[in-house]
Design a protein. Structure first.
Length: 276
């Protein structure tokens, strides 16, 4: 199993999909509890949800499961949300704080580093390469990082999660025009709820690649899974009717970002080093 797969397009928008993969190597699989083997914390069907929405888009998808190693966590193990419950670079608990490894079978520091080199690093090398290619071609690149999560996860957040959860780390990871375009389209999505920089402000991917002053813009979209799944529990089936309604709004968002790219590139040429 290769760590990632790339569907390459010629446009300025790159989709990062770090958590829809379900591959777990056998030596890790046999050490997981029955709960761990459920793989409940997968971003179920996110790749399918975004496929075909924008001509020319590039998609970089991790094939490995986040229980192998989390491709959206700092490779140094630094917490994204200090003081809040979260999962780690190599998770040992699920999103409800329950152990996913049999007793004594959690990875040690040496194994975590080996996993980083085998899975995390190749995925990010591919993502970096595609972003650089897009910037070279268009004068700028827009990373749209695609995620989903259960609507109710008391261990991680209170209450019910909004449908659209936009993360720009307080507006630092992309030009204001990009943030505004996404916010406007989610706020006007009839029947859906949205929040900007709420519980999810953008993971390590968004924060690491979001350098607008260098022509790399990044924004994270965390979708509540009730927007496109028949059930947020086993067997996590895709609901085509729900997804069709959601996909129309996601398509509008991606089209708006692609349309902004030339303007942002022109501004950057006129004012090198400008964040917008």
């Amino acid at each position: 199993m290769t760590p990632f797969e790339v569907t390459r397009g010629d446009g300025p928008v790159v989709l990062g999909i770090p958590h829809s993969g379900t591959f777990v190597p056998e030596d890790i699989w046999k050490r997981l509890t029955p709960l761990g083997r459920k793989l409940a914390d997968t971003d179920w069907h996110v790749d399918r949800l975004y496929t075909g929405l924008l001509p020319g888009v590039t998609m970089v998808r991790a094939n490995f499961h986040r229980y192998v190693i989390d491709a959206n966590r700092d490779p140094e193990g630094v917490s994204l949300y200090p003081g809040q419950n979260t999962t780690t670079l190599c998770p040992t608990t699920d999103f409800d704080g329950r152990p996913i490894y049999l007793e004594g079978e959690a990875p040690d520091d040496g194994e975590i580093e080996a996993r980083r080199l085998a899975w995390h690093a190749p995925y990010h090398a591919a993502l970096q390469s595609e972003l650089e290619r897009a910037r070279e071609r268009h004068g700028g690149a827009i990373l749209y990082d695609c995620h989903s999560i259960r609507s109710l996860v008391p261990y991680l957040f209170e209450g019910t999660l909004p449908d659209f959860n936009i993360g720009t780390n307080g507006g630092t990871t992309c030009a204001p025009e990009i943030e505004r375009a996404v916010v406007e389209r989610t706020e006007n999505a009839n029947g859906f709820t949205a929040v900007l920089n709420g519980r999810f402000k953008g993971g390590w991917t968004t924060r690491h690649y979001g350098r607008p002053e260098e022509g790399f813009h990044a924004i994270q979209m965390e979708l509540a899974q009730k927007t496109h799944l028949a059930s947020e529990d086993t067997p996590f089936d895709y609901d085509a009717d729900k997804a069709q309604k959601l996909r129309s709004h996601l398509g509008d968002i991606l089209e708006a970002l692609a349309a902004l790219a030339p303007t942002l590139a022109q501004k950057a040429r006129q004012d090198p080093g400008s964040a917008s």
